[in-house]
Design a protein around this ligand. Structure first.
Ligand code: SAM
Ligand code: SF4
Length: 334
């Protein structure tokens, strides 16, 4: 066991207490900004970490000060027996916050088992309520399944459900207001995410990003003025705003127009066992090979510390020096 009570601090004084865990790089839909329509490159099954390996890594990270875990992918719900992993992660001493990000397609049948396994926080990815645009973005016709999944999740007892909406210029402008209205009616907080260069197909350019300020202006004009929420966790990626009429909140993840690297507290473990200190990192540490070579906990802890210590000051999107990471979003774990 690693000595407890440590913190994972990088060279810029940022304390890391949040770990995102990709449990698969596979997905049952094909959002164009994350995956190619065909020919996605998946890791071979034997390269994917087992539940035992994931749990062990998460436990060591928790001993080093990680308190928040988020399970993601690819699409985490396509990983068989996921509730068993959730149960194991929820039981790790020191983990106070366990969340999951899903596209919702399989949520209708899995919401209850996930809740019973100890999951309490869900982010469901939903860019649009329009069936045609959903088809255009996700290249499938599963909007009704996502909506059924949301209903099932509320019935199962999840009371904190956030909706993740990727904001795309010249595409999702008509969705901004209907999504916020839907959130206000049903009790979901919509989080608009600026499109990032993680599509793996070089589709991104700045002109395709629907910027946070434009979204705030539209919502304030069409629904009610938005007021920044006071006392929020400044390390959370989303800046939260409340509607001035008192009904509901939205979040803006302005990775492009207002990068939040200065407050970053996150690490990522990919489904194939690589540790990354940034979504946009080029280098990564091969946790899986070290684990499978029989390394003890101390050696894995040293690898985590060294990864954090090497963390850069931040991404340089928009700068000539920026290089898109060699992995696309689905294989990093968003
Ligand atoms: N499949 C799950 C889902 O879609 O929520 C979890 C993994 S997905 C990679 C995590 C989140 O990444 C999604 O909710 C989506 O909003 C976001 N995302 C994917 N590609 C993105 C991109 N290029 N720019 C911004 N956000 C992106
Ligand atoms: Fe799949 Fe999520 Fe990527 Fe969409 S964003 S293709 S649902 S992994």
């Amino acid at each position: 066991m690693v000595k407890r009570g440590a913190t994972l601090e990088d060279g810029f004084g940022r304390v890391h207490d949040s770990l995102r865990i990709g449990v698969t790089d596979r997905c049952n839909i094909r959002c164009f900004y994350c995956m190619p329509e065909s020919g996605a490159e998946y890791a071979e099954r034997r390269e994917i970490l087992s539940f035992e390996e994931i749990e062990r890594f998460a436990r060591i990270a928790a001993e080093l000060g990680v308190t928040k875990l988020r399970v993601t992918g690819g699409e985490p719900l396509v990983r068989r027996e996921l509730p068993l992993l959730i149960e194991r992660l929820a039981a790790i001493p020191g983990v106070t916050d366990l969340a999951l990000t899903t596209n919702g397609v399989l949520l209708e049948s899995l919401a209850r088992p996930l809740y019973e396994a100890g999951l309490r926080r869900l982010n469901v990815h939903l860019d649009t309520l329009d069936r045609g645009r959903f088809r255009q973005i996700a290249r499938c016709d599963d909007l009704a399944k996502v909506l059924a999944g949301l209903e099932a999740a509320q019935k199962a007892g999840f009371d904190v459900i956030k909706l993740n909406a990727v904001a795309l210029k010249n595409l999702t402008e008509p969705d901004i207001v209907p999504l916020a209205r839907f959130g206000r009616e049903r009790g979901f907080e919509v989080r608009y995410i600026e499109f990032m260069p993680l599509d793996g197909q070089a589709l991104w350019d700045r002109g395709k990003v629907l910027l946070a300020d434009e979204i705030i202006a539209v919502l304030s004009r069409e629904i009610a003025p938005l007021v920044p929420v006071a006392g929020r966790d400044r390390r959370a990626p989303a800046t939260e705003y409340a509607f001035a009429d008192g009904i509901g909140k939205v979040g803006l993840i302005a990775s492009i127009s207002r990068p939040f690297c200065g407050d970053c507290n996150r690490l990522r473990l990919t489904a194939d066992g690589k540790l990354r200190y940034c979504l946009f990192a080029i280098e990564e540490d091969d946790v899986k090979t070290v684990m499978r070579s029989g390394a003890g906990d101390e050696r894995i802890a040293a690898l985590i510390r060294s990864n954090v210590a090497r963390k850069w000051v931040g991404h340089e999107i928009g700068n000539a020096r920026f290089v898109a990471p060699p992995r696309a979003m689905y294989s990093i774990g968003g």
